[in-house]
Design a protein around this ligand. Structure first.
Ligand SMILES: [Zn+2]
Length: 705
């Protein structure tokens, strides 16, 4: 060690003397200023400090095949306090613009001071090092002398020797809650072993008071730790929550003034405590978000229904050491609306690739560089579940080991710090993306909801959208498998609805932990689906915002379905002359009714893509679903005993929804030429933050829709 250090100093001293410049501070000056370039020597090395990382940038050397990044701990006077080590290898597939190489050096203890040099290699032949740059890295965020700001996690205080325990997490979480007006910590459920599952709700100057009020701010969500043995993202979440809680910098205030950030640090507290992938029953929770057999996944899905985040990230670690720093992936399941897939891809490839190239991090599609058969279409994976719930989102994998491009990570603490601070970078970028692209995100969500309620297009039980390859050598040159739907996984003729028997709907289940099992009825309610009680069962129409997910759980052809419910097909297509009286269950698909429609008490109407030449009146109906349809007269739904769903309808007359006794009527994305009035509904109508266009006045319970 000593010899090597001496050698480095000798080289540096020689370079300094050769340039015949003033003796100090040579180390801090950019290369190219103080010395004549040697052949193939890296020039113009710069360093910029980030949160837990330092971005090195330089001018590329013609013919270089890769670059090595060297880091040396130094004192304030520039003298080395430890050995120089190669901490990074830059390769051309790191970033989309090879003309401006950058490398996020990380793994060091934040706040320490270092010197960096970079050299090119031609094959394995090393070229001369650049002149050095040095700097003090950013200390952990928060003034140690300011209460609240001075909170630190167990992971921070032990310098990454320990992960933050459950007990320490609860204490830290409680302290943040008590010290910051911006933070509310709410318990969204309990694990199978009874551990609280907490969620940070963070807004400025205070978070909105209720879940519905949070939903109105188009919140974003980070799910930090589903696999208990992948804790890197969770530590980033805890650190990020502290900065959001106390920082008064313009960015933080701006972000929190425009939305609400919800963070679930540990959905799998039992698995984290035991350092196991699954929960205490051994269930992989990221194969359960559609089925919600487990209390943890049930709690998260129940939260999604109430808080309605428009965008999300789901944190993991990944065992492929040859992949990028940050494998990411959008919701690929083919039942996810294309607008959600496209916007999620834009967030990843449009934003994360671009910012990664500026800051030196290396995002790539999950599965990149020999990642294997991963990143597929299971709707049980949160990435896909969220997409099927019309949430723009991405998976995040922190490459678990350093591999050849981060050779100094055989040191455990260094490895842990690189992972956690790469997650912190991603989550901060996610916040910035949401802030800058909220209109695009909410437009994608509105388009997705109107697409899904139309119940058009085929059903795919399993199968992904392809991820297009980037041209080599850029990130994304090796995308995940195509994962096209196989034979028997496509249903071209989608039913109108599924019908469940009493036993299927309310019967006892054998899946899930004993003593904590939930019925299908409870799970569908947690998802937020509308269900019509009929004389002989329970009907779930597909004309709903989560249409793409419904068959995956209720159709016997689904790969992991809950029940084999009966497919109910439309009862009327084409033209119906004159008045239509609905009794029992009537489903119109692309039908034309040349007169008014009257829904009798206890009857159910489902109409998609249809045209009604007259009024639609329902009194005491069991359910009314009117989506992607045109009505030339008024729409009046009074005293419904079950769901009322009117979405993406064009109504030439007034719309009135009153005295519903079921759940909250859903009135969204409608174009109404007359007034919109609501009153006396047991639960106030909602629009899922997709506004109606109403020419007349909006009044009563619909005044804000
Ligand atoms: Zn994972």
């Amino acid at each position: 060690m000593r010899d090597r250090r001496t050698t480095i100093f000798s080289v540096l001293l020689a370079a300094t003397l050769a340039a015949a410049v003033a003796p100090a501070p040579a180390y801090a000056e950019p290369a190219g200023v103080t010395a004549q370039a040697e052949p193939n020597q890296v020039q113009n090395l710069t360093v910029v400090q980030g949160d837990g990382y330092a971005t090195l940038g330089w001018t590329p050397v013609g013919g270089a095949t890769d670059y090595q990044i060297e880091r040396t701990p130094v004192a304030a006077d520039g003298s080395a306090t430890g050995p120089a080590v190669i901490t990074g290898v830059w390769r051309p597939n790191r970033q989309i613009n090879n003309e401006s190489p950058t490398f996020a050096d990380a793994g060091f203890n934040p706040g320490a001071r270092f010197q960096w040099r970079v050299r090119a290699r031609f094959g394995t032949t090393e070229q001369p090092y650049s002149a050095p740059v040095s700097g003090t890295t950013s200390a952990p965020w928060g003034d140690p002398n300011v209460p609240g700001e001075n909170l630190r996690t167990q992971w921070e205080t032990t310098l990454a020797a320990q992960y933050t325990s459950d007990v320490e997490e609860y204490a830290y979480t409680k302290a943040l809650d008590e010290a910051s007006d911006r933070v509310r910590v709410t318990e969204i459920g309990k694990t199978a072993l009874g551990r609280p599952i907490n969620m940070f709700v963070i807004g400025y100057p205070t978070p909105p008071a209720t879940p519905a009020a949070v939903a109105a701010t188009s919140p974003l969500m980070v799910n930090c730790n589903v696999h208990g043995n992948e804790p890197g993202d969770r530590e980033a979440c805890l650190i990020m929550a502290r900065k959001l809680a106390f920082s008064n910098d313009a960015r933080t205030i701006d972000l929190l003034s425009h939305t609400t950030v919800v963070i679930v640090p540990t959905i799998n507290g039992d698995g984290r405590a035991a350092n196991t992938r699954g929960n205490s029953t051994g269930q992989d929770l990221n194969r359960d978000y559609s089925l919600i057999r487990q209390p943890e996944t049930f709690a998260l899905v129940n939260m999604l229904r109430q808080y309605r985040p428009v965008a999300g990230y789901d944190g993991h670690e990944f065992g492929n050491s040859s992949a990028g720093d940050l494998p990411m992936l959008p919701p690929r399941h083919q039942n996810v609306a294309k607008s959600i897939f496209d916007e999620s891809q834009h967030m990843i490839e449009g934003h994360m690739y671009t910012q990664g190239a500026k800051d030196g991090w290396w995002p790539c599609p999950y599965g990149c560089n020999g990642g294997g058969n991963v990143g597929l279409s299971e709707e049980t994976i949160l990435r896909n579940t969220l997409g099927l719930k019309n949430v723009v989102n991405s998976l995040l994998e922190l490459r678990s080991s350093g591999g050849t491009t981060r050779p100094d990570e055989t040191n455990t603490a260094n490895n842990r710090r690189r992972k956690t601070f790469s997650a912190l970078w991603t989550f901060n970028q996610f916040l910035d993306y949401h802030r800058a692209n909220l209109k695009e995100i909410t437009t994608a969500r509105a388009d997705a909801i109107t697409f899904q309620v139309s119940n058009t297009g085929r059903i795919v039980f399993r199968g992904s959208r392809p991820i297009e390859a980037h041209p080599a050598p850029h990130p994304g040159e090796a995308p995940p498998p195509i994962d096209a739907p196989k034979d028997g996984q496509i249903l071209d003729n989608a039913p109108c609805a599924y019908k469940l028997t009493e036993e299927q709907y309310n019967g006892a289940r054998t899946d899930g932990p004993a003593g904590l099992r939930t019925t299908v009825a409870e799970r569908l309610a947690a998802h937020g689906w509308q269900v019509v009680k009929t004389a002989d069962g329970y009907v779930v129409p597909l004309a709903q915002p989560e249409r793409g997910l419904i068959p995956l759980l209720l159709d016997g052809q689904g790969v992991e379905s809950l029940v084999d419910a009966e497919r109910v097909y439309p009862t009327m297509t084409g033209r119906h002359a004159g008045k239509l009286v609905v009794s029992g269950f009537t489903c119109l698909r692309e039908a034309t009714v040349t007169g008014p429609v009257r829904v009798q008490p206890g009857a159910t109407l489902v109409a998609t893509g249809s045209s009604i030449n007259g009024t639609v009146e329902a009194s005491g109906a069991a359910g009314v679903f009117l989506t992607s349809s045109k009505v030339t007269g008024l729409v009046r739904v009074t005293g419904a005993s079950g769901p009322v769903v009117v979405v993406d309808a064009t109504v030439d007359g007034p719309v009135e929804v009153s005295d519903s006794r079921g759940g909250a009527p859903l009135l969204a994305a409608n174009t109404v030429a007359g007034p919109l009035s609501c009153g006396g509904n047991a639960a106030a109508p909602v629009n899922l933050e997709v506004a109606n266009s109403v020419q007349g006045p909006k009044s009563g319970q619909c005044a804000g829709l």
